[in-house]
Design a binder for this molecule. Structure first.
Ligand SMILES: [Zn+2]
Length: 267
């Protein structure tokens, strides 16, 4: 049994980190609470600890539970969308589509990775699906952020609009499979293998398809360079140009996502 007083205090604190809440619940109940429903958990907390739990806290707790026990956050954009809201202290809004900010997505991904790390050998950290990566990139672009450093780097190529040009056949396309091959030269979309989208082994054996060069619709190098420069010398004044505006948004988002109070590093 953990410290009931500390848990009680956290449950009533609307600003408590989901990670701190989840750790306190596990310290108190063991991992048994992972199997409880919303109603069972709320009733147990109210009866046992005699504390009225705010809806935003229940929302954070249930989102933590979902991230610990299912992979949907990593696989389906709808789950990602609502869990990001909940992990950021909002009650998910199912009636209106609320755009997610880069800061909110960074915070949620940081938390989700820490939840899985806390579980150690009981779990693992899944890879994000293309579906979620494309959704993250679309939300970032709506905020005029096209360079995505960790923890959102899994969506970086979609935000930058990564394309390739084949120096052999001249074909140009979005990078969809990221294996360094020209889809046309390796006959990836051949109808006899339709749906599998794998390169033709005979063409691969001949070394076809690898003479490509990458292009970015939204160049990321100037943003990455400027971000590193500003991070290395805080206090540097940002300018009113597209790159610096993007850098300013990233600095705020990174600070928000990594703040010790957010990830509960001290708990
Ligand atoms: Zn080609």
């Amino acid at each position: 049994m953990g410290d009931a007083g500390a848990l009680e205090k956290l449950l009533a604190d609307a600003t408590a980190s989901p990670l701190a809440l989840s750790r306190a619940l596990t310290a108190h109940f063991g991992i048994d609470w992972f199997a409880w429903t919303y109603d069972a958990l709320q009733m147990t907390l109210e009866r046992e600890l005699n504390v009225a739990v705010p809806a935003t806290t229940m929302s954070k707790v249930m989102a933590s539970l979902a991230v610990c026990t299912t992979d949907a956050f990593w696989l389906q954009w709808e789950h990602f969308h609502f869990l990001v809201q909940a992990l950021n202290g909002d009650v998910p809004d199912f009636k209106n589509h609320r755009e997610l900010s880069v800061a909110q997505m960074m915070r949620a991904v940081t938390l989700a990775e820490q939840f899985r790390a806390d579980l150690g050998k009981l779990s693992y950290t899944p890879q994000f699906s293309d579906e979620v990566a494309r959704y993250v990139a679309a939300q970032a672009l709506a905020e005029a952020v096209w360079y995505l450093p960790p923890p959102l780097d899994f969506a970086a190529r979609y935000a930058s609009g990564l394309r390739y040009h084949c120096n052999d056949c001249g074909y140009e396309s979005e990078v969809m499979f990221d294996d360094g091959l020209c889809d046309r030269c390796v006959n990836r979309f051949d109808t006899s293998r339709l749906g599998a989208w794998v390169p033709d082994p005979a063409r691969l054996a001949k070394g076809w398809g690898s003479n490509i060069r990458y292009l970015e619709k939204n160049p990321t190098a100037p943003v990455a360079r400027r971000l590193a420069e500003v991070q290395a010398s805080p206090g540097r004044t940002l300018q009113e140009n597209q790159v610096d505006v993007c850098v300013g948004k990233l600095l705020g988002a990174l600070l928000y996502a990594k703040h010790p109070a957010v990830v509960g590093a001290s708990t």
